[in-house]
Write a protein that binds this ligand. Structure first.
Ligand code: PGA
Length: 250
C-alpha cells in the first residue's frame, strides 16, 4: 500500500435509515486513534441521511459524501433532484460521480462531466468512478473504455487536486469476483498513464472498488499504486468495514 493517506469510501447505495446511523460508534473511535491517522474515512450514505451523518461525525476525522448530484449547480425547477450546492449545505465534503449504477440510470459521459464541474464549483471533492463491463473486458476493450470515460468525464478540467479516481470494474461490483491482482495492477498503471498524458505530472489518487471485503483486503492492500478503496456491501457492516481498515493499515 502507498505510504500516503489511504482512503476508505463507504458507499451505502440505497441502504440505511436513521437506526443504521448507530452503527458507526466504533469507527468513530478508530478514526480518533493515532495509529489510524492515515485512514481517510468517507461515508457516503443516501441523501436522506447526509445531514444526520454530518452531525454525527462532528469532531472526528470522518468525512461525508453524497452518491450523486444534479448537473445544474443551483436551486431550480428540477423535481426529485439534488444539486451540489444543496449537498454542500448538509455538511458533506465529497460526492461520488459516474458510478456504474448511476450510469445505468442515465448518467452519460457528458452529464458526468457537467456534474463534476458543478461539484467542484460548489467546493465539493469528487470521487469519479470509471470501469468496464464484462463484455468490454472480454472484447479487450477495457483500456479504450477507460480512456474514453476519463477523457470525456474530465473534459476541460485542468486540475485533479480535488478529484479521486475510483476504478471499479462493473463485473466486480457486488459479485464477489475480484480482478486477478497482477491484472489489476496493470490496469491501474494504464489509468495512471492515461491521466499523465492529459494532466502531466499532477498527483493522482486512484482507488479500487468492487467486492472489497475483509477476506481479500490483504491481497489488495499489497498493491502500492492504489490509494484506497471504494467499498459497497462490506461498508454497511461496521465490523467488516473496521476489519478492512485495520488489515490495510497494520
Ligand atoms: P461492492 O460495491 O463493494 O458491494 O462490490 C462497490 C461499489 O459499488 O462502489
Amino acid at each position: 500500500m502507498t505510504n500516503n493517506n489511504i482512503y476508505f469510501v463507504a458507499n451505502w447505495k440505497m441502504y440505511g435509515n436513521s437506526r443504521t446511523l448507530r452503527a458507526i460508534k466504533n469507527i468513530k473511535k478508530l478514526s480518533k486513534s493515532k495509529k489510524f491517522y492515515k485512514a481517510k474515512i468517507i461515508y457516503c450514505p443516501p441523501y436522506t441521511l447526509l445531514e444526520q451523518f454530518a452531525n454525527k461525525v462532528k469532531n472526528t476525522n470522518i468525512m461525508i459524501g453524497a452518491q450523486n448530484c444534479h448537473y445544474k449547480i443551483d436551486y431550480g425547477p428540477s423535481t426529485g433532484f439534488i444539486s451540489a450546492k444543496m449537498i454542500k449545505d448538509t455538511g458533506s465534503k465529497f460526492v461520488i460521480i459516474g458510478h456504474s449504477e448511476s450510469r445505468k440510470e442515465g448518467d452519460t459521459d457528458n452529464k458526468i462531466n457537467l456534474k463534476i464541474k458543478t461539484a467542484l464549483k460548489s467546493n465539493l471533492k469528487v470521487i469519479f468512478c470509471i470501469g468496464e463491463s464484462l463484455k468490454e473486458k472480454k472484447n479487450n476493450k477495457t483500456t479504450l473504455v477507460l480512456r474514453k470515460q476519463i477523457f470525456n468525464g474530465l473534459k476541460n478540467i485542468k486540475d485533479l487536486k480535488n478529484i479521486l479516481i475510483a476504478y471499479e470494474p462493473i463485473w466486480s461490483i457486488g459479485t464477489g469476483v475480484l480482478p486477478e491482482i497482477n491484472n489489476l495492477k496493470l490496469q491501474v498503471q494504464k489509468i495512471r498513464k492515461i491521466l499523465k498524458n492529459i494532466f502531466k505530472n499532477q498527483n493522482y489518487k486512484i482507488l479500487y472498488g468492487g467486492s472489497v471485503s475483509p477476506n481479500n483486503i490483504n491481497k489488495l492492500s499489497k498493491i502500492d499504486i492504489i490509494d484506497g478503496f471504494l467499498i459497497g456491501g462490506a461498508s454497511q457492516n461496521e465490523k467488516k468495514f473496521i476489519d478492512i481498515i485495520k488489515k490495510t493499515i497494520n
